[in-house]
Each structure stands twice: as structure tokens, then as C-alpha cells.
Design a protein around this ligand. Structure first.
Ligand code: PLP
Length: 394
């Protein structure tokens, strides 16, 4: 048997996006790449800001020795200090380098935080629909997902979250701006969640953490701001990356920050540093770490994603699709006009439009369109979207 039974099952469970990938390749070969409209992956379409390349050139030519060697598992002190300063400017707390570890993307950071806090069999509450990798990340550290529904507009259902909490609950894992719905939680929702967890931490005699996964924090529209988790709740971690806002997804660079007011701060910090090492990352890529201090205030031009959102939303709504307009990210999560979202996505495929069924995100009855594609891909795909919905809606 080439792979373990568990991994074979996981391969099957994670097959939606993989199948879409393979189908995309097959269709590109058959119809030509320009005739396939691939909305299946959250791979940013914009180039990184020009400053990224300038900074890299300077760093590559820096003659200081040992620039590419190992460093502290937590990351270069200067990079951690720069992130700490940045977070101190945008939150009420004052951050120090020991609150920060530089990670291999947000995915790496989430694994580090989960490994640091989870005892085997402990539960993490996740509002659904959700980024499906969370199941695997939890399983990596013997955690158990407890998925709860969100409200019809994808806002947090605090009652449902409270109903899922028990003595085994270790954390609530939220993601805002949200993949796959584009939802941005309001200040009221975050404050409400903080109060709820303060009460339940007291009730169960140990902190129930918020882990806030925020790689899309800067990709917001209509002047929305994303409220601070740190300001709302002490027992909190924020995990993020530069994958989406700087379009550096392949460079694998991000960070995890613990609230300076978290309980047992030193133990948490030591745990995160150890976990970053022993998961096998050892440290985040050195060259990227050295670039980050110069790029913390930078971002791709998010108005370009906003324009894509508007084109797509206007086009789809005018032919009868229903959805909650995203406040951020580059995802739209419309209702499938038929109950079976997998069947609907297959219908779209016949028009060479590749999307992902909501079932793949614990959100059946919807489908995800990743609009991090060129404007012309959106424009050219709209007639196909219209032909398909017309078959189902009179
Ligand atoms: C919600 C969410 N969290 C985490 C990640 C992982 O980000 P990274 O590529 O920085 O590891 C993604 C990537 O798509 C995501 O959508």
C-alpha cells in the first residue's frame, strides 16, 4: 500500500479542487487556454508591488555574510521587531518581538499555533462554510473540528458558537475577510465573540482562544475596515501572510502573533518557537524575512480586485444569480440555483467555466468563484454563466 489509509481517505476528501485542476488541464488542452475560464484557485492575479523587486535586488546584493543561514527559529530579530512595531501602530497593545514568530505563510502559522495549544482530542469551533484545509491542520495536531453554521448573510451566529462550546473546547478559529464567502465580520460581532469567550473561559476554567486567520485583511472594499481581534479579546492569536496582499503566495512568508496580554505569555511564545522548528519548517525563508520590514505598509492595488468584484456581481446579478456581495477577498459564493451544487458546477464546466462546489467548503447549495483573474476572463465568462442559469430559472 503506497500511502497510509488515513492519507488515502484525505486525498479523497480533498478531491474537489484537485478534480477541478485536472479538469481545467484537460479542457485547456482540448479548447485552448484562452477559451477556459478558470475561477477555481485563490492564486492572486496581480503582480507584487514594484517595491518588492527593488527591495529584493538590494538584499541580494548585500555583502554581509551569513545572510542565507539559519537564524533563531522564530525569525530574524529585526523582522520580528518590525512586525511588532507595525502591530503596535494598528492595535491598542504594545507588541514586542517575543509576541511574533515569522512563519511559512498563514498555513504554516496556523499549524504552529494549533500545535502549541492543542491537547489530543481537544476541539476547535469553526464557523462554516470555511477554508477546508482547517480540517487537515487540526488533524495534524490531533484536534477535532466542531463546525457551526453562520447566519444567512454569513455573519457569526454567536448562539450556535456558544452551543458548541464545552470543556474540551480549546479555541474558536475565525477567518475575516473570509474565504469562501468574502464576509468581513463587524466590530459588533467580534466584540460579541470576545465577551462570549470571556464568559465561557471563566466557566470552564481555562482560556478558550480566538485564532484569527487574516491573510485577506488588506483586501477590503467600499472603505470597510477589519476590526482588531487583539483589542476585542486578550486570549487571541492572529495569523496572516503576505500571500494575498503582496501576491507572494509562492514565497511562503507570513507571521503568527500572540496578544501581548495573553495568559502565560512566555510559555506561549516558547511553545510557538519550538513548534515552528519541530513541525519541520525550522524557520521561514530568510530572504523573504529580510524583505518584509520594508513592505509591511505595502499592498497590491486592491481597487483592481474591487473592480473585478463589481464586474462579476453586476453581470451575475443581472442574469439572476443570488449572492451576498463580498466586503473583501477575491471570492464570491453565490447560491446554486439547484440544490446539488456539485451538479451545478458540472453544468458550468460544460461552458468551460471552472468553479468549486460549496460542499468542498462545508457550504452545500453554493459555489465559489475566485475572481483573482483578468478582467477579460470575467467579461468573456459572463455569457456562459447566463446560459447555464437560464436552464434552471425561468
Ligand atoms: C482562509 C485562508 N487561510 C489560510 C490560507 C493559507 O495562506 P498561505 O498561502 O499564506 O499559507 C489561505 C490560502 O488560500 C486561505 O484562503
Amino acid at each position: 500500500m503506497p500511502a497510509s489509509k488515513k492519507i488515502q481517505t484525505s486525498i479523497e476528501r480533498s478531491s474537489f479542487i484537485r478534480k477541478m485542476f485536472e479538469e481545467g488541464d484537460r479542457r485547456r488542452a482540448q479548447y485552448g487556454a484562452e477559451n477556459v475560464f478558470d475561477f477555481s484557485l485563490g492564486n492572486p492575479s496581480l503582480e507584487p508591488p514594484a517595491k518588492f523587486k527593488q527591495v529584493l535586488k538590494e538584499l541580494v546584493n548585500d555583502p554581509t555574510p551569513r545572510q542565507h543561514g539559519y537564524m533563531s527559529n522564530a525569525g530574524f530579530p529585526d523582522t520580528r521587531q518590525a512586525v511588532a512595531n507595525y502591530l503596535s501602530n494598528y492595535n491598542k497593545q504594545t507588541f514586542a518581538p517575543d509576541n511574533i514568530i515569522i512563519t511559512v505563510g498563514a498555513g504554516g502559522g496556523l499549524n504552529v499555533v494549533l500545535k502549541t495549544i492543542l491537547n489530543p482530542g481537544e476541539e476547535v469551533v469553526i464557523p462554516g462554510p470555511y477554508f477546508v484545509e482547517y480540517n487537515f491542520y487540526l488533524d495534524n495536531h490531533q484536534g477535532v473540528p466542531k463546525v457551526v453554521n453562520t447566519s444567512a448573510d454569513f455573519s457569526l451566529d454567536l448562539e450556535a458558537i456558544e452551543g458548541a462550546i464545552n470543556e474540551r473546547t480549546r479555541a474558536v478559529l475565525i477567518n475575516s475577510p473570509h474565504n469562501p464567502t468574502g464576509k468581513v465580520y463587524s466590530e459588533g460581532e467580534i466584540k460579541g465573540l470576545g465577551e462570549l469567550l470571556t464568559n465561557n473561559s471563566r466557566k470552564f476554567g481555562q482560556p478558550i482562544y480566538i485564532i484569527s486567520d487574516e491573510p485577506y485583511r488588506k483586501i477590503v472594499f467600499d472603505g470597510i475596515t477589519v476590526p482588531s481581534i487583539f483589542d476585542a479579546y486578550n486570549e487571541s492569536f492572529v495569523v496572516t501572510s503576505f500571500s494575498k496582499d503582496l501576491s507572494l503566495a509562492g514565497e511562503r512568508i507570513g507571521y503568527a502573533a500572540a496578544n501581548p496580554d495573553i495568559s502565560d505569555r512566555d510559555m506561549i511564545s516558547a511553545g510557538m518557537i519550538l513548534c515552528n522548528r519541530i513541525i519541520g519548517f525550522v524557520n521561514a525563508p530568510a530572504l523573504m524575512q529580510r524583505a518584509i520590514p520594508y513592505l509591511l505598509e505595502e499592498s497590491v492595488d486592491t481597487s483592481l480586485y474591487e473592480k473585478k468584484r463589481d464586474m462579476l456581481c453586476e453581470g451575475l446579478s443581472s442574469c439572476g444569480y443570488e449572492f451576498i456581495k463580498p466586503g473583501g477577498t477575491f471570492y464570491l459564493f453565490p447560491r446554486s440555483p439547484i440544490e446539488d451544487d456539485v451538479a451545478f458546477v458540472a453544468e458550468l464546466q460544460e461552458e468551460n467555466i471552472l468553479t468549486v462546489p460549496g460542499s468542498g467548503f462545508g457550504g452545500p447549495g453554493n459555489f465559489r468563484i475566485a475572481f483573482c483573474v483578468s478582467d477579460s476572463t470575467i467579461e468573456k465568462a459572463l455569457p456562459g454563466f447566463e446560459r447555464v442559469i437560464k436552464r434552471f430559472k425561468k
